[in-house]
Design a protein around this ligand. Structure first.
Ligand code: GLN
Length: 553
């Protein structure tokens, strides 16, 4: 079995533990180590699939069909580590397994308890990832903040693991905050001291502190933190705010974090720089040559995390074109009232992401119509493909009653409907069409131009499908079905003949985009938007105040 790094967080939530864990993964990979990343979530849901995006942010989907925490998205974007069903461990999942075993009688008459049964199951799940994939270093991020009641079993499990494995086999890294107090003009170390104190009370002594700060900290402050938190001086790592998340691995490298980890884990590897990452990602983000304005029309736009992978994939598309992507977030419900041309004025590309339920759907329909009629590049993802279909049915094919049976059970023209196998589904958890499915791409299409191959595999998370009954009619009117799942004869990608770039897919390409390898469809969508901006010199943006660069969100 390989070695382990446990990442905990203290003082406050939202310190960027996920990005820190992903950046550590990136650094270790750059030193030639095989890494895996695991996220432990202390909530009782078995997975986040049943949670509202406002509760949880986006639900990330893996190839093997897990509905998982969005931190897995950071892991995949920063590293080449494989994430799968085993990469996200929740309290719900652990209890489910233990209670199932208890019902089966596996515990042979014993009293089943949090310690050892729950903690043993947590340890088994963590070790499994390392063993199954022959991993050198497994990075385990513990969700929540030290001091929470609900994360205690996870912390006890990693305490035991560290003890069992011994000094050079496991490492505790604590991500903490040094708040800057303006009136005092300095960073304060007390919350960090308390947080480390809390960890020590439960038997965990951090080996390395990642100190989140607004500004640089002084040598004296580092000494003070080291002394009062009982860590080596060199183990106090400054994690100052950076403009772009993709700079974090570079800032950790400057602090010598990779050398320190290797030393503490007693691993010898040649030093490697992050030149490629720096040149292909960070430098391009910092010095874009062009700018483009993409409107994202959704119903969860108030929460940046709700469409995390979409925003990131757009940034990646920008990196590929050396362009800064300014994302204008539009609330689809707002589009239902008032003039759409006013609200979408200045759009150089329009994207409609996935979603559930009928709130705001008619607004999305208006946005598609606007993009279609004005020949503005359009990218529809999952629900964004379904609304594009409905809009086309209503306004081009004259099926004014066209709808999805998700929004109107008895729709007269159900252009989007449930497959037979979905009709009898009762439970909501993990019952959608989930994970990777193959798709055949037709040669003469924008999609083929993007992918440059005719066999692709993309991740899914939906119940409803294009209703094949309407295929012929739509084709006659100028819709092309350029991506198909041949086994089940399902529509995967649609395009329009009479439009410069109108592509919508039933799957979620955003989950496979990386900063240095933008997803082909995002890359080409951003490029089409740039082309559109040049050809029209679209009027200056008069969009609402939430105009915001994706890279800042
Ligand atoms: N609600 C739609 C369905 O279930 C779309 C889902 C999505 O956009 N992820 O098919």
């Amino acid at each position: 079995m390989g070695k382990f790094i446990f990442v905990t967080g203290g003082v406050v939530s939202s310190l960027g533990k996920g990005i820190a864990a992903a950046s550590i993964g990136k650094l270790l990979e750059s030193r030639g180590l095989r890494t895996a990343l695991i996220k432990c979530d202390p909530y009782l849901n078995v997975d986040p699939g049943t949670m509202n995006p406002y509760q949880h942010g986006e639900v990330y989907v893996t190839d093997d069909g897990a509905e998982a925490d969005l931190d897995l998205g950071h892991y995949e974007r920063f590293t080449n580590a494989q994430v799968n069903k085993d990469s996200n461990i929740t309290t719900g999942k652990i209890y489910y397994t233990v209670i199932t075993k208890e019902r089966r009688g596996d515990y042979l008459g014993k009293t089943v308890q949090i310690i050892p049964h729950i903690t043993d199951e947590i340890k088994r799940c963590i070790k499994k990832v390392s063993k199954d994939h022959d991993i050198d270093v497994t990075i385990v991020e513990i969700g929540g903040t030290v001091g929470d009641i609900e994360s205690l079993p996870f912390l006890e499990a990693i305490r035991q693991l560290r003890w069992e494995l011994g000094e050079h086999y496991a490492l505790n890294i604590h991500v903490t905050l040094l708040p800057f107090i303006k009136s005092a003009g300095e960073h304060k170390t007390k919350p960090t001291q308390h947080s480390v104190g809390r960890l020590r009370e439960i038997g965990i002594a951090p080996d390395i502190l990642l100190c989140r700060t607004e500004k640089s900290i002084t040598k004296e402050q580092r000494e003070k933190i080291a002394l009062f938190c009982n860590v080596d001086r060199e183990a106090v790592i400054e994690a100052a705010d950076v403009k772009h998340i993709y700079e974090v691995p570079l800032s950790f490298k400057r602090e010598g974090l990779d050398d320190l980890i290797l030393k503490k884990l007693n691993i010898k590897r040649e030093d490697k720089d992050l030149k490629e990452w720096s040149e292909l990602v960070v430098q391009r983000l910092k010095n874009p040559k062009k700018e483009v304005r993409i409107f994202v029309v959704g119903k969860y736009i108030a929460l940046p995390d709700a469409y995390k992978s979409i925003y990131e994939a757009l940034v990646h598309g920008g990196i590929a074109s050396n362009a800064r992507v300014n994302i204008i977030k539009i609330d689809s419900e707002q589009l239902e009232k008032g003039k759409v041309e006013k609200k979408l004025a200045g759009a150089q590309g329009i994207l409609i992401p996935g979603g559930f339920g009928d709130r705001g759907v008619e607004g999305k329909m208006k946005a598609v119509q606007f993009a279609r009629e004005n020949k503005i590049p359009y990218f529809g993802i999952c629900l964004g493909m379904q609304v594009a279909t409905i809009e086309f049915a209503r306004n081009i094919c004259h099926l004014k009653d066209a709808n999805s049976t998700e929004f109107d059970k008895d729709a007269k023209e159900p252009v989007i409907s449930l497959l037979e196998e979905q009709e009898h589904v009762k439970n909501l958890g993990a019952t959608m069409r989930l994970g990777a499915y193959p798709c055949k791409v037709s040669k003469k299409s924008l999609s083929f131009q993007a992918y440059k191959k005719d066999s692709i595999s993309e991740r899914h998370r939906h119940r409803y499908e294009f209703n094949n009954k309407y295929r012929k009619l739509f084709e006659k009117q100028g819709m092309v079905f350029t991506g198909l799942n041949s086994q089940q004869d399902l529509v995967e990608i649609i395009e329009l003949v009479d439009h410069p770039w109108f592509v919508a897919c039933q799957f979620h390409p955003e989950f496979k985009s990386k900063p240095d390898r933008a997803h082909p469809l995002f890359r080409d969508f951003v490029a089409a938007a740039l082309e559109y901006s040049v050809s029209t010199q679209a009027k200056k943006c008069c969009a609402p105040a939430e105009t915001e660069a994706a890279i800042q969100s």
